[in-house]
Ligand binder design. Structure first.
Ligand SMILES: C[S@@+](CC[C@H](N)C(=O)[O-])C[C@H]1O[C@@H](n2cnc3c(N)ncnc32)[C@H](O)[C@@H]1O
Length: 352
């Protein structure tokens, strides 16, 4: 079995653990931390690299227990010295993991911040890894990266990066969510092939597009009120050639959608930061939830990405029909947010 570690959006450990077990089947999880998981699996490299809810994946060479080595205040350098003293800590890399690579560089990150390393030690380490990997050094545009990183929980990890960062923020459309996040949001809603899925605040369509690309479904509906945003959404869905039903509707009055007909809602409503029209956000969220309760059957799931956590929780407390199954606190573009997983437990008349 090959060993890997992958990084993911902090706050989603539970969702990532379940998804990893479900999607890889044979996986053995060794360490799971806030935003990082180390595991072994026999699945193909293509399958491992294809995990859509992951930010980056590395082939794991060694896990250091930082409490067990002399780290001082430079834990990365302590890890590098440990490897130079005991070369077996980096047992080499299988051919498939460096396929097509001619050169490499060494990267160091301490608790998610890249860190520079003493020049002399870096050169010695480069020489060591160059020999071990059979690759030249290229500090600016390498084909492969060897990573040393440390975590505040007391772990240090050494590995070879297998993935490239997907869409960076600047490649995304205005307000568009990162693909790993949209995949995680869909996972929170427990996707099934019987689902009638709705995103009533679709914007650029990142959530319904991810649902259509990555999971089975019966029907996907995307709704957007703004004329220009809707037009762009239409074009994008058309270009993608995916089966998504579009509606230029108001999410607070979804009269085109029959009561009890939508099994899953996953959405990212306005947080009231940019929009003037949602100044009375409490009333807006109240009407939104009332409409969601109407279109979802008892047992239906509603997953909402929300920046206004306090206000939203107050509004939620007015709906005894909804039960909070989970709340995942995360950061979205550096802003505090939460994903609320809600289940409709009873209908408006109180029958469950
Ligand atoms: C936070 S953005 C959604 C961004 C989307 N998740 C994406 O990745 O592009 C909220 C969207 O809801 C739309 N919107 C605001 N009020 C609405 C309403 N009453 N009904 C439907 N859409 C609305 C806005 O035009 C905006 O596109």
């Amino acid at each position: 079995m090959a060993s890997y570690f992958s990084t993911f959006i902090s706050g989603f450990q539970e969702v990532v653990k379940t998804a990893l077990e479900k999607q890889l089947g044979d996986v053995s999880i060794k360490i799971i931390l806030d935003g990082l998981v180390a595991y072994s699996s026999d699945r193909s490299l293509q399958t491992i690299k294809g995990l859509r809810f992951i930010n980056n994946t590395f082939l794991l060479a060694h896990v250091f227990q930082l409490s067990k080595i002399e780290i001082g205040d430079r834990p990365i350098e302590a890890m590098m010295l440990a490897v130079l003293h005991d070369p077996e800590l980096f047992p080499g890399v299988p051919r498939w993991a460096k396929k097509g690579a001619a050169n490499f560089r060494i990267m160091a990150a301490r608790e998610n911040q890249t860190e520079s390393v003493d020049g002399d030690l870096l050169r010695k380490s480069e020489k060591f890894f160059s020999y071990r990997l059979g690759l030249k050094i290229n500090r600016s545009q390498p084909d492969l990266e060897v990573w040393f990183l440390t975590r505040s929980e007391g772990y240090g990890l050494l590995g070879v990066r297998l993935t490239r960062t997907q869409n960076s923020e600047k490649n995304l459309r205005k307000g568009e969510l990162r693909p790993e996040l949209t995949n995680l949001l869909c996972l929170v809603s427990e996707p099934s092939k019987e689902d009638v899925f709705l995103d009533p605040f679709a914007g650029s369509g990142s959530i319904p597009l991810e649902r259509a690309k990555a999971f089975p479904f019966k029907k996907i509906i995307a709704c957007e009120k703004d004329k220009d945003v809707f037009k762009k959404l239409q074009n994008r869905v058309q270009q993608a050639g995916l089966k998504i039903t579009l509606g230029r509707w108001d999410a607070l009055d979804l009269s085109s959608i029959a009561s009890g007909s939508v099994t899953k809602i996953v959405t990212d409503p306005p947080w009231g930061i940019y929009s003037q029209s949602t100044s009375d956000l409490g009333a807006f969220y109240f009407r939104m939830l009332a409409e969601f309760i109407r279109i979802v059957p008892v047992g239906g799931l509603i997953c909402i990405l929300m920046g206004q956590k306090g206000l939203f929780e107050t509004t939620l407390s007015q709906f005894p029909e909804l039960r909070i199954l989970a709340r995942y606190d995360i950061l979205v573009s550096g802003k505090k947010a939460a994903v609320f997983k809600l289940r409709k437990e009873k209908d408006e008349k109180g029958s469950s």
